[in-house]
Write a new protein. Sequence first.
Length: 168
Amino acid sequence: MTALSILDVKEFMNILLRTDTFDSFLLREGSVTTCMSFQLDGRAKAGFFSPEDEAYGLISQESYVPFSLVRPICFDIIKGKRTPSSFHFVFQLSSENQKRTVSSINSSFSPEEVSGMYLNLKYQNQQLVCTTGISCHVFSMDKSLGQAWDDMVKLFFRKHQIAFETLS
């Protein structure tokens, strides 16, 4: 697990809300505080969409919705002249991306042993911090998966020109 301080919050928010950079992540949960609080429960409600809807294919195989479906809603909540007091988003790799990622890493974990690979974004007091994390079904002293995930997130940020500094 590592914590990254985002150096240019305005640019990051532009990337998060106006581009598809984070669209393949699943949104587990979120909250935004402006003049009131908005709570987002990312659990997919499969019955909401019919099989003919394009979104049906996006959520039919996952427990949580892809950020691409809620990004416009988040944008509408956050946009405006005033910056939110705070927000918090918990992103998770999709099942497919998680299996691919775990398989590509030289660690003792199998894809079935990993329950989630996470990216937590927390904005508070004019600071935005991104924290990485993993969750496994088994206990292990092997930290290679967590370290590899930390490195992959840093590489992802660099690729998308997101300036950061490591806090831990």
